[in-house]
Design a protein around this ligand. Structure first.
Ligand SMILES: [Zn+2]
Length: 250
């Protein structure tokens, strides 16, 4: 049995942030919940998946919000704090020696009656160890964020791409945004030098130079905001072109 095909009741051996199912593994805590949220788990008997999805998201929001799981900002909720008793997982626990490739470890052996009980504990342990499901900032799909990794994009093929993954596209987008920010600042500095020289030579009044400076800074910041909000290359180019014209229209 593996985490994509589960039959209940299910016996799971936990040790720290890892676990084994019938000697198969190790799986990292959070892997099963991530697979479930991504719709990749089949389980017998099947329960109410949409209700369970909602419940796991509440657990994640309540206890794991510091791991920034959601692509869209979600308010933290105290729903779960108010009904902690109902949220308890049912399971029995004993201890067992687990033989693993020549060595033996002491494991906590849990037996879970339902998928909900297993995932509640699996997700809770994941959060305790700093792992948690995270939504890709590009495609919205769930992937496992491992303790200390800073990935915000998954490794699936990105939307409208045939080979490039979200992670590769994301890295390129960050890079392109940085270049665009730099271009915007370059345009602003170049225009500033031009009008400052004009003012120093007495060809522009102090009041006019000051007014230009205020407007230019506002136009620059507005352009940066607009650039951050789009991934469209043609629109980005036209925002930069418009800024250039605005900065130099005097
Ligand atoms: Zn993705």
């Amino acid at each position: 049995m593996n985490i994509f095909n589960l039959t209940f009741p299910l016996t799971v051996d936990f040790s720290g942030g890892k676990y084994w199912i019938n000697g198969e593994g190790p799986y990292l805590c959070g892997e099963a919940t991530t697979a479930f949220l991504a719709g990749e788990i089949r389980c017998e008997p099947t329960g109410n998946t949409s209700q369970l999805t909602q419940e796991l998201e509440t657990v994640l929001k309540t206890f794991g919000n510091h791991l920034s799981p959601f692509s869209q900002k979600q308010k933290t909720t105290d729903d779960l704090y108010q009904q902690l008793e109902q949220s308890a997982a049912a399971c029995s626990v004993n201890y067992a020696f687990l033989p693993l490739q020549g060595s033996v470890i002491l494991a906590e052996r849990y037996t879970f009656p339902t998928l909900r009980d297993f995932l509640y504990v699996e997700l809770g342990r994941a959060i305790l160890h700093g792992n948690a499901p995270r939504q890709c900032r590009l495609c919205g799909g769930w992937f496992l964020h491992k303790q200390g990794d800073r990935a915000i994009y998954c490794e699936r093929i990105a939307p409208r791409e045939t080979e490039k993954t979200c992670r590769e596209m994301g890295a390129r987008m960050v890079f392109e945004k940085k270049i665009q920010d730099e271009d915007t600042w370059k345009l602003y500095k170049r225009a500033y030098k031009k009008y400052y020289a004009r003012y120093m030579k007495g060809n522009m009044s102090e009041a006019a130079f000051k007014a230009w400076g205020e407007q230019a800074a506002a136009d620059r910041d507005a352009a940066i905001e607009q650039l951050r909000a789009t991934t469209d290359a043609a629109l980005s180019a036209s925002i930069i072109q418009q800024l250039k014209e605005k900065l130099n229209q005097l």
